[in-house]
Design a protein around this ligand. Structure first.
Ligand SMILES: [Zn+2]
Length: 167
């Protein structure tokens, strides 16, 4: 019998994370990224004086972004109105960037606040995840390319090459 295998996007580091291995021992992962702490993996797509856009290093899909204020803020209601508008504008531009690079069919755009809501990082951040009608083998529909694994550095290179969209 001939088995037909479908290609899929594989995120090999996810298992380690779920088991609590390889998690850096720092107070706040997002502050550590903003401070360029060398003990923390930093995949910075964009930054300005107030905000950062980084790759989630345990992505749901390639291009899974975290958008956050550099100032350590935990709760949505602690953000100033200027920060709310700054973060949402940057989120909107991030969606444009992902459309330009990955042509996804949809997005999850959201915030988890509090452990009960599934937040594993207290520092306020907005997540943007590109989504596809068929997430198994979906890369075959883009440029006819079969992609099994995209490394974080490949994702970073692609997004940084168009990061002027975020300015
Ligand atoms: Zn923080």
């Amino acid at each position: 019998m001939i088995k037909k295998f479908r290609s899929y996007i594989c995120v090999p580091s996810k298992g380690n994370y779920a088991r609590g291995e390889n998690r850096p021992k720092v107070d706040c992962i997002l502050c550590s990224i903003a401070e360029r702490n060398p003990e923390v993996q930093q995949k910075i797509v964009y930054e300005n004086k107030d905000y950062m856009v980084v790759l989630n290093i345990y992505p749901y899909n390639p291009g899974h972004l975290l958008i956050f204020p550099i100032r350590h803020v935990e709760d949505f209601e602690e953000l100033s109105s200027e920060e709310v508008s700054g973060l949402f504008l940057l989120t909107q531009k991030s969606v444009r960037l992902l459309k330009e690079v990955y042509h996804p069919h949809g997005f999850n755009i959201g915030v988890n606040q509090g452990e009960a809501a599934g937040a594993s990082v207290k520092h306020f951040h907005i997540q943007v995840v590109p989504r596809y009608h068929s997430e198994i083998g979906f890369m075959e529909t883009i440029n006819g390319t079969r992609v099994v694994v995209e490394t974080l550095d490949e994702t970073l290179r692609k997004l940084r090459s168009k990061a002027s969209i975020l300015d």
